[in-house]
Write a new protein. Structure first.
Length: 336
């Protein structure tokens, strides 16, 4: 199978989160053709209306190669030059899907079985596909999760702690601000306080970081604001409890701090002889838990261009990825 052509075909199917049905059907049909010739089986795991994971197994799987089918918006189609394939999902994670499919063909050509491919929906928003898969494990002992790690095994990834910060006030005519109570000013005071909170560090993962992602509120320039809100995300490197407590103390009574999501940091297995890294992003792995086996994190491409208008993947790195995945599967199958 032509790796570059498959990557471009996948990129050209729009699959922004919640709209993965078409790319799922494409992969289901493709894997069904391969399985029919090699004694495999393919199934759909229903997640929601016109949304499903795709699972292909050869024998009872001990190793599962997995990544996600969905992308962030906006969609833009593929193109290529001598060095890169460009387009939404090129590195996150459709080039990885293509690499895993070609790796499966290489393994099957060597008469190697007992592995699976699992492509899931919803990773970019809430890991809905991983949550469904976690409820129906198939005995796999190792899960190789594909994300752009520049073809290095990630030893660990940071977690996520997300909050909404909500301030309430009292509307008044802006000519008489003493008659009102500005929620925006209360929100700004709370944000100033939490920006001064020291965050923990980890010897492997480095520092926790905080991002104030959105701010909204108010009615009009001549109205004292009665409501305001901010969304905050902390990239975690350890226990969340001290961070929760410190942020709550900093906010005090100025606003309400509402926890929306917590995903813990994860440490991964390694394979002897492979280069390693650590990453700051969060993956499906915490939602999978250990239901599909001990996790590894590995994939071609750079996270630094994912989610951008310049998303791309190096053809050189992409060409090396199938053999990389096949070798990892063989190494894991050889473990006692």
């Amino acid at each position: 199978m032509n790796l570059n052509a498959l990557t471009r075909a996948l990129v050209d199917i729009e699959s922004i989160t919640d709209h993965e049905g078409q790319v799922g059907s494409y992969l289901y049909d493709l894997l069904s053709q391969i399985a029919s010739k090699t004694g495999g089986r393919v199934e759909k795991m229903e997640v929601g209306p016109e949304r499903f994971n795709v699972l292909a197994c050869w024998g009872e799987p001990l190793v599962t190669l997995s990544t996600h089918m969905d992308t962030v918006p906006p969609f833009f189609p593929s193109r290529e030059d001598s060095e890169f394939i460009w387009g939404r999902g090129a590195c996150d994670a459709k080039g990885i899907i293509a690499s895993m499919v070609v790796a499966a063909e290489e393994l099957l050509g060597q008469n190697i079985r007992r592995f699976a491919l699992l492509f899931v929906v919803g990773e970019e928003r809430n890991s809905a596909g991983a949550a469904v898969a976690a409820q129906t494990p198939r005995g796999s002992k190792y899960l190789v999760n594909g994300e752009p790690t520049e073809s290095k095994l990630a030893l660990a990834s940071k977690g996520t702690l997300r909050f909404e910060l909500v301030a309430r006030g009292k509307m008044a005519h802006s000519a008489y601000p003493e008659l009102g109570d500005s929620a925006i000013e209360a929100l700004l005071d709370a944000l100033e306080a939490i920006r001064k909170v020291p965050l923990p560090r980890d010897s492997l993962l480095g520092p926790s970081t905080m991002n104030i992602g959105t701010i909204s509120g108010g009615r009009a320039p001549n109205v004292v604001a009665d409501a305001a809100k901010a969304e905050i995300l902390v990239r975690m490197v350890g226990d969340a409890a001290p961070v929760r407590e410190a942020l709550a103390r900093a906010v005090g009574r100025r606003a309400q701090l509402i926890e929306v999501l917590f995903i813990p940091p994860i440490h991964f297995l390694s394979v002897d002889g492979m280069p390693t890294t650590v990453v700051s992003f969060t993956t499906d792995v915490p939602v999978f838990g250990r239901s599909w086996g001990e996790p590894l994190l590995l994939g071609p491409g750079s996270i630094h261009v994912a989610h951008t208008e310049n998303e791309r993947i190096s053809k050189r790195e992409l060409s090396e990825a199938p053999e990389m995945y096949a070798n990892v599967v063989k190494s894991l199958l050889a473990r006692p």
